[in-house]
Design a protein around this ligand. Structure first.
Ligand SMILES: Cc1cc2nc3c(=O)[nH]c(=O)nc-3n(C[C@H](O)[C@H](O)[C@H](O)COP(=O)(O)OP(=O)(O)OC[C@H]3O[C@@H](n4cnc5c(N)ncnc54)[C@H](O)[C@@H]3O)c2cc1C
Length: 302
């Protein structure tokens, strides 16, 4: 859906493909498992490549074998956001910037939402409340009366830092290590933007609070992870870049990855509240599909 949306609306993207690298013979079995899982999920254009086949595609990359996904790509995320904003405005949406939801109260069959605004607070009434507050989505659900521990909505934060690679390298495909689901991320990988600026990341570090400071002492870890499949990488090439925080439904102690939640809470005697909780990756890629899914839920209410 995202490729189609980008193509039809002039949003920058590139179907560059992705390699998941096995740097050890023992990991090739993992690639086969990923291949099977991908096929089960209906992903087309997957295949395992030998070291020589990878070398032909990416001469700077050193692996024993790799899983090649031809359908993976990158998108101009800012261009996509701008498109969503202008489309929403065309459809009559009003955006309230610098406005914090601080109260949600059930009034008859509606919700009264109280907003803290720099100059004065205000409130509005709505029959349907959609909560897509990202890192605060659990708190918003709690404000509306959801027992977030019972519902399993309490969020845990997992920081993802990026380092840019200062020197240009001729890498045309995203290069990922084999994922370790328990780590909270997909492993530090080589990515790039549409202009070809290379970066490494994100890592995955569980944190107690949200802060967007980059910890430069992580540089060695980034270097070691990527050096395994990019031998020409030099430590000095890495520079701190940016940080994002993932809202996770599973805690660091939990083994299994928990998928995000999109749910109408009417059965909790709460009225028509649609909660989107723990929307982490691939929330951006899936955003048109999530929007359609939520729209269908709203249509069912009317
Ligand atoms: C490191 C990292 C890498 C990622 N990589 C990918 C990737 O490769 N592919 C992919 O598809 N996705 C990726 N994602 C995930 C993707 O970025 C998210 O899924 C997506 O941005 C979630 O969008 P959202 O609108 O649900 O939440 P957000 O973008 O967090 O938006 C929530 C909004 O709610 C507002 N808000 C919060 N609290 C309140 C309040 N009390 N009152 C009023 N407003 C409030 C916030 O200000 C914000 O504007 C990545 C995320 C991270 C952190």
């Amino acid at each position: 859906m995202l490729y189609e949306l980008c193509e039809n609306n002039g949003i920058g993207y590139r179907k560059c493909g992705k390699l998941i690298a096995a740097t050890d013979e023992n990991n090739i079995e993992e690639l086969e498992k990923l291949l099977e899982k991908g096929k089960e999920n209906g992903i087309e254009g997957l295949g395992i490549l030998s070291r020589q086949e990878v070398k032909k595609l990416e001469p700077e990359v050193e692996v024993k074998a790799a899983l090649f996904s031809t359908s993976t790509g990158i998108v101009d995320s800012y261009g996509l956001m701008k498109y969503f904003l202008s489309k929403a405005k065309d459809n009559g949406v009003e955006v309230a910037y610098n406005s914090k939801v601080v109260g949600i109260e059930k009034v008859a069959n509606k919700y009264k939402v109280t907003i803290q605004y720099p100059n004065e607070d205000f409130s509005f009434l709505t029959r349907i409340l959609i909560n897509s507050a990202g890192l605060n989505s659990d708190k918003i659900a709690e404000l509306a009366g959801v027992d977030i521990d019972k519902a399993g909505y309490r969020l845990h934060y997992c920081k993802g830092e990026y380092f840019s690679i200062a020197k240009h390298k001729f890498i045309k495909k995203l290069i990922y290590p084999i994922p370790e689901p328990k780590s909270g991320g997909h492993g530090i990988h080589v990515g790039f933007n549409l202009e070809g600026r290379l970066r490494l990341g994100p890592n995955a570090r569980w944190v107690d609070k949200v802060d967007h400071k980059i910890d430069e002492s992580q540089k060695q870890d980034f270097y070691n992870s990527a050096k395994a499949f990019l031998p020409s990488l030099q430590y000095e090439d890495l520079e701190p870049d940016f940080v994002g925080i993932r809202p996770k439904l599973q805690s660091p102690e939990e083994e299994n990855v928990k998928d995000f939640v999109i749910r109408n809470e009417y059965d909790k005697d709460l009225g028509e509240m649609i909660n989107l909780i723990g929307i982490e990756s691939p929330g951006l890629t899936a955003s048109p599909a999530i929007a359609k899914y939520v729209k269908n839920m709203v249509d069912e209410i009317f």
